[in-house]
Design a protein around this ligand. Structure first.
Ligand SMILES: Cc1cc2nc3c(=O)[nH]c(=O)nc-3n(C[C@H](O)[C@H](O)[C@H](O)COP(=O)(O)OP(=O)(O)OC[C@H]3O[C@@H](n4cnc5c(N)ncnc54)[C@H](O)[C@@H]3O)c2cc1C
Length: 428
C-alpha cells in the first residue's frame, strides 16, 4: 500500500511515483552528540549533511518520515531572490543590504543545483519560471521589475512578457502579462529529500525517522532533547520543525505559523497538449498564489487551494479542478489522480525566521512559500555557522521578523481573519 504521511493529508504524486524511499530507524536509546537536529526536511537534512561532512557528530530526529513536512510535498518551484522583490526590501533595508540578500538567494539557487549534481542524484530539475499577473493593473509592476533586475541588480536571465507572449508560454489567455525567468526552475522535491538524506547518511550523520522530540532543555552549556525512546545530549541544537513546531518551543511557535496548501496532479496530458509547452513552472499574482507546472511525465501539478485552520477540505480534487478550468477551460473534466496538502510555515513579514531561541539552540523556518532553495541553503549556513561562522546566516538572522499578535490564545483566530480578508481581495 502506498505510504500516507501521518502529518499531512493525501498521498502525494511524488510519493506514489517514487521508486525507492529508504526508511531510517527510530532512535533506540539515549545518546550524545556534538549537534542534535530536530526536523528532517530540507533545513535539517542539509545541516546534518554539512556538519557531518565537516567531522561533527550529528544526530537528527524526525517525528514522521523525511520529507513528510513541507519539503517532500511542495510545488517544487525555485523562485529567484528572497520572497519579496529586491525593490520591495530597499525602503526598509537600503540598496546595499537588499543587493546582499539577493546575492544570498542566488547562492541558494546555485547550491540547490550543485548539491544534487555533486552527490549524483537526479531530482528532475527543469529550468524556467514564469510569473504572471492576474490583474491588468499589475502588469506595469512586472515590467518595472524586469528593468530593475537587469539594470540595477545585474540579473540577466529575466524578460518581460506582454499579454500575447504570456499566453503563448502558458497555453492560456487568462493572464495579462508577466515575466519569464530562465535562471529559476523546478524540481521533484521528494526526490531531492531522498537524495539529500542519502548524502547526509553517507557523510556520517546519524539519522532517525519516527522519533518525535517532546521537550528541549538548555542548561549548563548542554542541550537535552527528550523523546519517547531516549534523550539526546548535545553541545548545540537546531530546531528545523518549520510549520510543524506546534508547542515544542514557544518562541518559534509565536513567529512561525502553519497555513495549509493543496496540490492536485492530473493524468498525463500528452505530447500534443498546449499547456506550458516549454515546461516551465508558473506562479501568479494572487494573494492565495496559484502555482503550477508539468511533471516529468507530462501531468499538470496544480496548487492553489489554501486553508487557515487544521481542517482539510472534504474534496481537494474538485476544488483544484475548478481552479485549473479557470485557466485551462479545456481541462474542466480532467481526471485528478493525486490530491494532497501540506503546511507552509509563514511569518508575519513573510521573511525566514532565523534566531537563537535558547542558549546554544537555533531555530530556522518560516520560509513563507519560498523555501525550496532558501531552506536548503539555510541548513547549510547553519552548519557553516557551527563550523566557524557564516555572514550569510547572520544576514538572514537580521531580517526583521516579529511575533504574530494575539498571544497563545488569539494568534490563530487573528491569523485566520487576516488571511481570509486578504484572500477575498483576490476576487475583486
Ligand atoms: C503544499 C506546499 C507547497 C509549497 N510550494 C513551494 C514552492 O513551490 N516553492 C517553494 O520555494 N516553497 C514551497 N513551499 C514551502 C517549502 O516546501 C518549505 O519552505 C520548505 O520545504 C521548508 O523546509 P523545512 O525543512 O524548513 O521544513 P519542513 O520540510 O516542513 O520540515 C519540518 C520537519 O520537522 C518535523 N518535526 C516537527 N516537529 C517535530 C518534533 N517535535 N520532533 C521531530 N520532528 C519534528 C516535521 O515532521 C517535518 O518533517 C511549499 C510548501 C507546501 C506545504
Amino acid at each position: 500500500m502506498t505510504y500516507q504521511s501521518p502529518i499531512a493529508p493525501g498521498v502525494s504524486f511524488y510519493e506514489a511515483t517514487l521508486d525507492d524511499r529508504p526508511a531510517y530507524p527510530g532512535l533506540a536509546a539515549s545518546t550524545s552528540a556534538d549537534v542534535v537536529i530536530i526536523g528532517g526536511g530540507f533545513t535539517g537534512l542539509q545541516a546534518a549533511h554539512h556538519l557531518a561532512a565537516a567531522g561533527k557528530d550529528v544526530v537528527l530526529i524526525e517525528g514522521a518520515r523525511f520529507g513528510d513536512g513541507a519539503s517532500g510535498r511542495n510545488g517544487g518551484q525555485l523562485g529567484t531572490g528572497q520572497r519579496a522583490w529586491p525593490e520591495e526590501l530597499e525602503p526598509e533595508f537600503g540598496r546595499e543590504a537588499s543587493q546582499k540578500l539577493f546575492a544570498i538567494a542566488e547562492r541558494a539557487k546555485a547550491h540547490l543545483k550543485s548539491f544534487a549534481d555533486s552527490h549524483g542524484f537526479d531530482a528532475d530539475f527543469r529550468p524556467g519560471q514564469i510569473s504572471v499577473a492576474h490583474k491588468r493593473g499589475y502588469v506595469d509592476e512586472y515590467r518595472d521589475h524586469v528593468r530593475i533586475m537587469t539594470e540595477e541588480y545585474g540579473y540577466p536571465h529575466i524578460t518581460f512578457l506582454d499579454r500575447e507572449a504570456a499566453a503563448e508560454k502558458l497555453g492560456s489567455a487568462r493572464y495579462h502579462g508577466g515575466i519569464y525567468d530562465a535562471g529559476a526552475g523546478h524540481i521533484n522535491p521528494l526526490k531531492y529529500v531522498v537524495g539529500l538524506a542519502r548524502a547526509a547518511a553517507k557523510a556520517g550523520a546519524r539519522l532517525h525517522e519516527t522519533t518525535r522530540a517532546r521537550a528541549i532543555v538548555s542548561a549548563g552549556g548542554k542541550v537535552t532533547v527528550k523523546t519517547d525512546t531516549g534523550e539526546i545530549v548535545a553541545g548545540r541544537a537546531l530546531i528545523a520543525c518549520n510549520a510543524y513546531i506546534e508547542g515544542l518551543e514557544p518562541v518559534t511557535s509565536a513567529h512561525v505559523m502553519p497555513i495549509r496548501s493543496f496540490i492536485g496532479a492530473t493524468v498525463p496530458l500528452g505530447d500534443s497538449s498546449p499547456v506550458i509547452p516549454g515546461g516551465e513552472s508558473v506562479d501568479d499574482s494572487r494573494f492565495v498564489v496559484r502555482y503550477f507546472r508539468k511533471s516529468a511525465d507530462g501531468r499538470l501539478l496544480f496548487g492553489g487551494r489554501e486553508a487557515y485552520t487544521s481542517d482539510n477540505p472534504a474534496d481537494i480534487s474538485s476544488h483544484i479542478r475548478r481552479q485549473i478550468a479557470e485557466i485551462y477551460p479545456e481541462l474542466n473534466n480532467v481526471e485528478i489522480t493525486h490530491a494532497w496538502g501540506g503546511s507552509v510555515g509563514i511569518t508575519l513579514t513573510r521573511r525566514p525566521f532565523v534566531r537563537q531561541v535558547m542558549p546554544n539552540v537555533t531555530s530556522i523556518g518560516g520560509f513563507s512559500g519560498h523555501g525550496v532553495m532558501l531552506s536548503n541553503y539555510c541548513g547549510k549556513l547553519y552548519a557553516d555557522f557551527v563550523n566557524g561562522g557564516s555572514d550569510d546566516l547572520e544576514a538572514m538572522r537580521n531580517l526583521k521578523v516579529g511575533p504574530f499578535p494575539g498571544g497563545d490564545k488569539f494568534r490563530k483566530p487573528l491569523l485566520f481573519l487576516a488571511l481570509t480578508w486578504y484572500s477575498l481581495r483576490d476576487r475583486f
